[in-house]
Write a protein that binds this ligand. Sequence first.
Ligand code: SF4
Ligand code: ZN
Length: 281
Amino acid sequence: MNKKLSNKIRSRIRKAIRDYSMFDQSNRILVASSGGKDSMILTYYLLELGYKPDLLFIDLGIPEFSEKSLIPIQEFSEKHGLSLYVESALKNVRFTIHEIADDYNDSICSVCGSVKRKIFNRFASQYKYDVLLTGHNMDDEVRFLFSNNKKWNWAYLKKSVPVLEAKNGFTKRAKPLAYVRETETLQAIQTLSIPHAQIKCPFVKSGNQDKYHNILTVSEREFPGFINEYYFNFLKNYKPLSQYDDQPILQPCKLCGDMTSSEICKVCRVHKRNWRKNKIN
Ligand code: SF4
Ligand code: ZN
């Protein structure tokens, strides 16, 4: 990869870490590692910047995909002497994504996202990490903003900032790649020798995220620099949005004790095959 791009990615990560006081050398940091390009790029540059994060991989129980996604993380963590932890969905929430896939069809990614958030957060708070890092890049954030702009969903729009402070039992979360474009992580992974999973999840669907991706691709073509400008203008104007208090009132889930906006959290409702209702059978 040309040195210029590598320097740019490194300095953008360093700037995001500083701008949002994400963490410093004294903090215990945990990377949510999927084996995909973004979490691997993130880990690579954290090492370059002198951090030594721990890695957590979640075995979702998706045949072939889960096993193959773990391999590059094992390879990378062994090479660089990083601690890698593996937690399984089966042990933590008592079902695998594979076994519920037929029942949840179109909403499988939403359930899977909730399972991953629950396990990452539980692990981070149990083992007292200061911050949980995810590999979301600028394009991920802009897609998310765009989809929530349609409904002007303030509670969700607010989540697109690079840092979400610890609150209500949730560990602080940070996205050090928030200033880095997807094209840049793609170029970096192709040219640096960083192992990463190349297998696609069998449940990935061409859903709304792909449609938003297409809209943004056209916007970027018609107005070069659109994504960058859109995201940085959002961050510049974030202050009034941050004061908008529309957070749902959280309470401990009656089954697992994790904080949730309903009586029973989404993951426990899935476990009880009661996904669309908010009450116990
Ligand atoms: Fe989970 Fe959907 Fe990602 Fe597959 S594509 S790992 S089901 S979120
Ligand atoms: Zn629960």
